[in-house]
Write a protein that binds this ligand. Structure first.
Ligand SMILES: Cc1ncc(COP(=O)(O)O)c(C=O)c1O
Length: 384
């Protein structure tokens, strides 16, 4: 049997990870500035993550949601302590797309409306409902599954007002910081205006924190920087540090009939054990504050490199444009410096999404490697 074609792949089979490093089958060590696509929050194979999962594996790896699972309540209490949202309820599921599907479904059920407002550059997943609110021609296509979707240009106030004036939206869905678009920030005033328009028009505000959540931006959820609350928050990636677990935080006012949301695997014992280890370590090691500090230092270093422009982002969710094709720069970083980075958002864009245990020393190593790789590529280009 062959594999279904999913992503283009670098030819580096990874077999081991520890903290901010991964190793390939030949034993070469790489600095992981990609975090398996923003997934590794507390570091590869963190001892508490390994211990929690190991103990749960021996105890009871899984049982159905038809029976109580004390770990879910324990997690809800830990999460509330670290992110707020005391009155919201949590629904556990398995992936970012699934979290967004459930959020959109709740919004339609609650409001009795079908229209959804989404934003240019948005990425919310690849399943039917999630792809319908995704604005990326490389992955989206008219596979819409029942929502009428209106796209408004990100940070365009006039278009935002006009959209609300002409539609009865069930919801607006927006990322705390756009990730797949190449790290695009929402202006604070735009986010606040969106919040107030949604409230005034009876639409729910869904904050997709799948990529930007769990301390990555230096805030627990990126939208918390703007002093607003969401009606629904979706989360995944960093929540499980590599174990598939996702969640939907749902405001108490949102109507939902019993059994409207459901899942076989969501919130299983192993998933809860993994997710618990993440919030425990984020707290114990102050990783959110560290992400803010190390990220700011890294952004300053990047901005001073010749051939790097448009450095953007928050905390350890950083994008920049390179003066050379990003694919070539990323390949050079792997080949010559043993450093993994991410792409996306355009041919010049490099994305940096390292584990939140990334230190200033790692940031300096990365910045020096980028400067050296760009220098080599420029001199080679000039002599060719
Ligand atoms: C903001 C955002 N939402 C949703 C998703 C989809 O998550 P998943 O791949 O777990 O379905 C992603 C994945 O990159 C994402 O970045």
């Amino acid at each position: 049997m062959k594999l279904f074609d999913v992503y283009p792949r670098f030819d580096v089979p990874l077999v081991r990870g520890k903290d901010v490093h991964v190793w390939d089958a030949a034993g070469r060590r790489y600095l992981d500035c990609y975090g398996g696509h923003a997934v590794i929050s507390i570091g590869h194979a963190h001892p508490r993550f390994v211990r929690r999962i190991g103990e749960q594996l021996e105890q009871l790896p899984f049982y159905s949601n038809a029976f109580p699972n004390g770990l879910q309540e324990e997690y809800a209490a830990r999460l509330e302590a670290i992110c707020g949202y005391p009155d919201h309820r949590i629904f556990f599921c398995n992936s970012g797309a699934e979290a967004n599907e459930n959020a959109l479904k709740l919004a339609s059920f609650h409001t009795g409306r079908r229209s959804v407002l989404a934003f240019t550059g948005a990425f919310h997943g690849r399943t039917s409902g999630a792809i319908a609110v995704t604005d990326n021609p490389a992955i989206a296509a008219p596979y819409n599954a029942g929502h009428e979707v209106v796209f408004v240009r990100l940070n365009d106030f006039e278009a935002l007002e006009a959209a609300f004036a002409s539609h009865d939206f069930a919801a607006a869905i927006i990322e705390g910081i756009q990730g797949v678009a190449g790290i695009r920030e929402v202006e604070a005033e735009f986010m606040r205006r969106l919040r107030s328009l949604a409230s005034a028009h009876g639409a729910l505000l869904i904050l997709d924190e799948v990529q930007s959540g769990f301390g990555r931006s230096g805030w627990f959820f990126a939208h918390q920087e703007f002093g607003i609350d969401a009606d629904i928050v979706t989360m995944a990636k960093g929540m499980g540090n590599g174990f598939p677990v996702a969640g939907v935080l749902i405001a108490p006012s949102i109507a939902a009939s019993h059994g409207m949301l459901g899942t076989t695997f969501g919130g299983g014992q192993l998933a809860c054990a993994a997710a618990l280890s993440v919030v425990e370590v984020l707290d114990a090691e102050s990783l959110q504050a560290s992400a803010a500090e190390v990220g700011a230092a890294l952004m300053a270093e990047l901005a001073s490199i010749d051939g790097v422009s448009q450095v953007r982002g928050r905390g350890l969710m950083i994008g920049f444009d390179a003066a050379v094709p990003a694919a070539a720069l990323r390949a050079a970083l792997i080949r010559d410096h043993a450093i993994l980075t991410g792409g996306g958002g355009g041919p010049a864009t490099v994305r940096l999404l390292p584990p939140l245990t990334f230190t200033r020393a790692h940031a300096a190593e990365l910045a020096a490697a980028i400067a050296a790789a760009l220098h080599t590529m420029n001199t080679q280009g000039a002599t060719e």
